[in-house]
Each structure stands twice: as C-alpha cells, then as structure tokens.
Design a protein around this ligand. Structure first.
Ligand SMILES: [Zn+2]
Length: 260
C-alpha cells in the first residue's frame, strides 16, 4: 500500500478494522515500517459495531476492547489517528442517548490516558443517517471531552443527513467556521476528513457513489478551495465506491492547484 500511494502521488491510507481488529503485532509493525520508509501516513478505522450510547454495561466493555485494540494496532503501525463512529440511540430518546454517550466517552478518555495512548487522536465521525448520533454539533460536543479527541468530518455524511447542504464555498465555510468556534483552531487545522459523494433518501445516507455522480454531491472543488483559503492541514481520506485512488488524486490535485 505505501508503494501504491507513492506510485499514485498520494499521502495517506486508512486501514479498516470495520469488521474487527484482527492483526498480529509483528505484521502490523512490518506494515508500519514500510509506511515510514516511504514517508506515508497510516490511520485506522475502529469497528463499525461500536455504540457508545449503549445502556448495557457489557456492551460498553466491548466498546472499550474494540477501541483499545484499534489503538494498539494503530501504535504498531506507527500511526496517530483512530476513527470511531459514535453510535445510535436505538430505543432511547436522543438527549438521553447523548448523555450516556458523553459519559461513556469520558471513561474512554480516562482509560486512553491511563493506557498511555496520549500521543494518538481519537477522531469522532459525523454520520450520514439521521437516526445515528453524529451531527457536526454533536461531534463538536464530544471533542470537548479530551484534548486528543478531534473531529472526523465526513462531508458526504453531513450532506446526506441534511439532504443536500454543500454546494458552494460559503456552505463549506459555514461548517469550518462552526468548527473553529466549537473545537478551536488547533483541532480544526488538523481535523480528520472523510470525503465521498453519497446518495441519500429522506432518512439520510443510502450508499457511497463515485465522483462521476452529478446528482447528490457534495462537490469537492469548493471544499479544496476553502481548505487552501483557511490554510488548513486536514488528513483527507476518500471513500468513493470503487474509485478511491482516482478520486483521491482528483481532490489532491485540485487542492494543490488552488493552493498556489
Ligand atoms: Zn466511518
């Protein structure tokens, strides 16, 4: 993968533990060494079945295992960023679910410090379905719990959950300004970003598309201009359906073209 990145003029890769953290330390360290050798960065995505809003203590324990196994693997890789989906209220009302989630995350912050993972970031992701926790404001609230909690802003998700909100530079600027105000300059500057065009219906995200889509969006060009204009240094992962390398290159070229 790091060689693939070098061949395609890309900078970073996200290793998915979406379906579980299964990797040996020696394997992970070997992968990490190659990334270091070629000067490329690696992040990880924690399992999708984490739900920090769970009422069940046993499930909360499992969440800890998924998160700290992900952080262990991340450290073996030599990476700094672990992305987490916050969770869903299920049968709870949203306010109560959010209260539980904030309590669970506080415990994660405490353990993260205790286990010695202070030099890694937990990137809390904005989510694409209205039923999921993860509006921009909810993620901003979560990031207030620890200095190593930073936003993972998935602009495709935000666009899908609100049924199409990003069209122009000003639309993106409003989101970035909200972040600057909510999590501050430092965390906004280094924020994690997921980007893809996403089909949506009344309840939000349906499926990831490619940059060939012209119906749902959001467009990446104005976002690259805003990144350049605000002089941000986000870590951007392209999540297009099947055309990730091509679409990541399009974004990267667009960013460096407008930056000059
Ligand atoms: Zn994700």
């Amino acid at each position: 993968m790091p060689q693939w990145l070098a061949d395609h003029d890309l900078d970073c890769f996200e290793y998915s533990f979406g379906r579980g953290v299964r990797i040996q330390q020696s394997t992970a360290e070997g992968i990490g060494a190659e990334f270091t050798r070629l000067g490329k960065e690696i992040s990880v995505h924690a399992p999708y079945f984490i739900n920090l809003a769970t009422q069940e203590e046993e499930k909360a324990e499992n969440n800890h295992r998924y998160i700290f196994d992900s952080l262990a693997a991340l450290t073996w890789f030599g990476g700094k960023r672990c992305v987490v989906h916050p969770g869903s209220p299920l049968k709870l009302d949203r306010g109560a679910a959010m209260d539980i989630l904030m309590r669970r995350l506080e415990e994660v912050a405490r353990l993260k410090h205790e286990y010695g993972y202070d030099d890694t970031y937990l990137c809390l992701e904005t989510m694409g379905k209205q039923a999921q926790i993860g509006t921009l404001d909810e993620v901003i609230r979560m990031c207030s719990l620890d200095k190593t909690f930073i936003p993972c802003v998935d602009f495709g998700h935000l666009n899908a959950r609100d049924l199409g909100v990003f069209f122009t530079k000003d639309d993106y600027k409003r989101a970035i300004d909200r972040l600057l105000e909510g999590v501050g300059e430092e965390k906004t500057n280094i924020m994690h970003v997921h980007f893809s065009k996403i089909e949506y219906s009344a309840k939000g995200e349906v499926r990831h598309l490619t940059f060939d889509d012209e119906k749902y969006g959001p467009p990446y060009e104005p976002l690259m201009e805003v990144f350049a204009e605000y002089k941000l240094q986000p870590y951007v992962i392209c999540e297009s359906a099947g055309t990730q390398t091509r679409d990541a290159s399009l974004m990267r070229r667009c960013y460096y073209a407008v930056k000059r």
